[in-house]
Design a protein around this ligand. Structure first.
Ligand SMILES: *Cc1c(COP(=O)(O)O)cnc(C)c1O
Length: 417
């Protein structure tokens, strides 16, 4: 393993990727060898999401968490209609953040009252559709509240509303902070009582609160702490509410290991903390429904991105695998979606996982920019033209979080297998 150019083994490494079956050194998804799957899809690059993985993930989560916790899917993580349909049968609700996502969620068998609608910039048309559908509108400002009330009046339907609160705390050690201090999301905690009074005046159907402090957290104690702060803040704010607290969405933030050194989230301390919150709510707000909204935790590890090596190229002694896929399909893996310092996603040669010979190579895409990098000098099985490069942990924030129009290459296929 320590041949010339191979990495020092003391360096942090990726968490082991054994999310999928392997046979004859080839990755298998949904019971199909990767090469067969590529033939079935008919073209590269493509995204593939494994159905059984998603089913197993939700089951494991439900087994680990207290039964009183309701699971919602935050569908911006992966809005592919087939994935959303699958998850609709597994979770208790869907959280949407646009009129487009709302339409996809309403196409599932989930009743409208299990769907909630968040987002800092909701247009009047989107609000009217949400109110007409009967979904829960997470109101994020006074202006949004007035627009929601106007839609209610026009439709003759009392909108179901919750207030998204910008909490005074942030989720510690979150990959992405979405609460604490100045934020475009939600209503500052200090302004919430006045907003609640206005909801009462307008006669809207008040349901509760939505708090979301941050995303991509691998630290269980930080998550449990944020959940505890969220419940306390909600109970305090509920004193000024025009009706009883019926729904409390305390966000999610459960992370997945992407980079060398990342370790999977330990669910046990999170579950313990949630039980404590359920106990507290049971006495302080009996009957309240406690929701967690999870995006990437449900789908990220179930998905891979696959592209084909077009050429193996040497430049100044370094190996470049030039592929037909890249940042235009998978911005996150290129390191340009919210990363401060670029780190490699877990990448492998899917049709020869271990391979005979190994070497250090960089995987690049077809775009004329140095940013189009899927793996920077990683140790991989020696690969050449026609081999299939796999980027793991790609089931969330992949295709729809990428600039697909950049340079005019074709769109990748997406399959659920
Ligand atoms: C994006 C988002 C989520 C999902 O975040 P993940 O990190 O994918 O779990 C949940 N809630 C809200 C309000 C969001 O904006």
């Amino acid at each position: 393993m320590n041949g010339p150019g191979l990495k020092d083994t003391a360096m942090p490494v990726h968490a082991a990727m054994h999310e999928f079956a392997v046979a004859d050194d080839m990755l298998q998804l949904g019971g199909l060898p990767l090469s067969r799957l590529a033939q079935r899809v008919g073209s590269t690059p493509f995204y593939a999401y494994e159905r059984s993985h998603i089913v197993r993930r939700v089951a494991q989560l439900r087994a680990a968490l207290p039964a009183g916790v309701h699971l919602h899917y935050a569908m911006k993580a992966n809005p592919m209609p087939a994935v959303v349909q699958l998850l609709a049968g597994l979770v208790d609700g869907i959280d949407v953040a646009s009129g487009g996502e709302l339409a996809t969620a309403l196409d599932t068998p989930l009743p409208a009252h299990c769907i909630s609608f968040a987002g800092p910039g909701k247009r009047e048309g989107e609000l009217a559709r949400a109110v007409a559908a009967g979904v829960l509108v997470n109101v994020e400002s006074r202006v949004q509240l007035e627009k929601t009330a106007l839609a209610s009046e026009r439709l003759g339907v009392a909108a179901r509303v919750a207030v998204r609160v910008n909490p005074d705390f942030a989720l510690r050690r979150a990959g992405m902070r979405m609460g604490g201090g100045a934020q475009p999301f939600g209503v500052d905690a200090a302004q919430v009582p006045a907003l609640l009074a206005r909801i009462g005046e307008l006669g809207l159907d008040f349901h509760g609160f939505h708090l979301f402090a941050g995303a991509q957290n691998l630290c269980a104690t930080a998550l449990a702490e944020a959940q505890s702060h969220s419940v306390r803040l909600a109970l305090q704010l509920a004193d000024s509410a025009p009706g009883p607290l019926r729904t409390l969405n305390i966000g999610g933030g459960f992370g997945v290991p992407y980079f060398p050194g990342d370790r999977p989230l330990d669910l046990a301390p999170v579950a313990e903390g949630l039980q404590a919150q359920l106990d507290l709510l049971g006495s302080a707000a009996p009957g309240v429904r406690l929701n967690l909204e999870l995006g990437r935790y449900l789908v990220a590890e179930a998905g891979i991105y696959v592209c084909k090596v077009l050429e193996r190229k040497l430049s100044h002694g370094q190996v470049f695998l030039v592929t037909d896929g890249g940042l235009h399909h998978h911005l996150a893996a290129s390191g340009n979606f919210g990363q401060l310092i670029r780190k490699n996603y877990p990448v492998a040669i899917g049709n020869r996982l271990h391979g005979g010979e190994r070497e250090v190579a960089s995987v690049v895409g077809p775009l004329c920019t140095p940013l189009d990098l899927l793996a920077d000098q990683m140790e991989l099985a020696r690969a050449g033209e026609g081999d299939l490069v796999v980027v793991f942990q790609s089931g969330a924030y992949g295709l729809t979080a990428s600039p697909t129009a950049f340079l005019g290459h074709p769109l990748p296929a997406e399959v659920l297998v």
